[in-house]
Design a protein around this ligand. Structure first.
Ligand SMILES: [Zn+2]
Length: 432
């Protein structure tokens, strides 16, 4: 047996029972988890002892535009409307494919270093993001951002961009043998960025070929007000009226739903992708996550793009998600530390439709995980509860190593396995 076994102080499984295995053993073979137990396995190739270490599932960043590292800091301290229309879109129109590649690779370096092992992206020149993900060997769901309203294109023409991307991605996946790493989904930007015709074309294609749909939804109060003004419906009612909403829809933000909207989301099984930092920074508001959870709507976590965050660190989002809703509701019980961590792991896997492959440390899933070093953190003493310590006391600085598909991708000593950050830093700095 070629099994590599890790033996940390704690395995935080995030499985259905949320088991925490103290001084347990986790075995990896051919990229997958093949053994998880309190007992030492009988046969193995090697055991790596990890005293004072916690093993967590890798984080799943369910909504980003990772190449926007190159636009980080371009404009801060304005609202979404001005930020997007006056500053971001005009510059994005000038971006060259290779800018997107290097920007994405840089963002991926940041994500791996801070514990993210899978991300979902939406952008233009998305095949460049796919190439960066392929080169870095990180898992990803990739969506080409379609917006016939923004680009003044015909719906059928705009849709061809997604179809071309799908073909290019499929060629990349087969040429590099990356079936387990890169996944396709549709990415109509938003109800206000797309015509009804385009949304319907996407819906039909998703039904026909069984792909999921990634969309921005009810992000700002003005989006909802404009929608009500023009159609007499909220954006969620509007999507419902055109038959768009189903359980394959992954909706980013959902900051301004009405109670009726929440019923629709629940009824259709829509997944919500919560981006607390980005929503705060762009002054969009705070999504009513406790209400979603109360209704049984699946809520996953995300950073959004690095130009509206301005980081790609999921640990920060976990901590913020656990805090902000307490303050808003003045109820300390609304989102526990454990729930916040679920949102960043197993809930993300459900949102992306990858719950059988990732999101928890269970036999049969990919060996994507993070090793946290308690010894390096002064804050890890005294020890009471592992969720409390991770969410409220520690942060991504205490990550010792990050593993994807059973491979060591990042370690404190030799940094990133697949990305030459020093070289990349200069390239990204020179993009103007
Ligand atoms: Zn976004």
């Amino acid at each position: 047996m070629q099994m590599l076994v890790l033996n940390p102080s704690f395995i935080v499984t995030m499985d259905r029972e949320c088991r925490i295995i103290k001084d347990g053993f986790i075995g990896i073979e051919e990229g997958k988890i093949v053994y998880v137990s309190k007992e030492k396995p009988q046969e193995y190739e090697e055991i790596i002892r990890l005293p004072k270490r916690v093993l967590l599932p890798g984080f799943i960043n369910t909504h980003t535009h990772v190449a926007m590292t190159i636009l980080r800091g371009l404009k801060d301290d304005v609202n979404l409307q001005r930020w997007l229309m006056e500053y971001i879109l005009p510059v994005e129109k000038l971006l060259k494919p290779k800018d997107v590649y290097y920007g994405a690779l840089y963002g991926i370096a940041e994500m791996i270093k801070s514990g993210t092992t899978t991300f979902m992206d939406m952008y233009y020149h998305e095949i460049e993001v796919a190439k960066a993900a392929a080169d870095a060997k990180i898992r990803s769901v990739l969506t080409y951002g379609l917006a016939d309203v923004f680009f003044n294109t015909l719906p059928e023409e705009e849709f061809k961009k997604a179809e071309k991307f799908k073909d290019d991605l499929s060629a990349l996946v087969s040429s590099r043998g990356l079936d387990d790493f890169l996944f396709f989904a549709y990415g109509p930007h938003s109800p206000y960025g797309c015509t009804k015709e385009l949304l319907q074309i996407v819906r039909e294609a998703a039904d026909r070929d069984n792909f999921r749909i990634h969309i921005h939804l009810s992000e700002t109060k003005s989006e909802v007000e404009n929608s009500v003004r023009t159609s007499n419906m909220t954006p969620i009612e509007y999507l419902e009226s055109v038959g768009f909403l189903k359980s394959d829809v992954m909706a980013a933000h959902v900051v301004w739903p009405t109670d009726g909207d929440i019923e629709i989301l629940k009824h259709r099984g829509v997944h919500v992708l919560h981006n607390p930092t980005s929503n705060l920074k762009l002054a969009s508001g705070v999504a009513p996550v406790p209400k979603f959870l109360e209704k049984g709507i699946n809520v996953a976590l995300a950073t959004d793009g690095p130009a509206s965050n301005n980081r790609l660190d999921m640990w920060k989002e976990i901590s913020l998600a656990a805090l902000i809703h307490k303050g808003i509701s003045r109820d300390p019980e609304v989102i526990s530390a454990r729930t916040a961590l679920q949102m960043a792991t197993i809930n993300g896997a459900y949102a992306l439709g990858l719950e059988r492959k990732i999101g928890s440390l269970e036999v049969g899933k990919y060996a994507d995980f993070v090793v946290v070093n308690l010894e390096r953190a002064l804050e890890s003493v005294p020890f009471h509860d592992v969720y409390s310590m991770i969410v409220y006391a520690l942060d991504s600085r205490y990550i010792d190593s990050v593993w994807i598909n059973g491979e060591l991708m990042y370690s404190q000593e030799n940094v990133l396995k697949t990305i030459d950050v020093q070289k990349l830093r200069e390239i990204v700095n020179d993009i103007r």
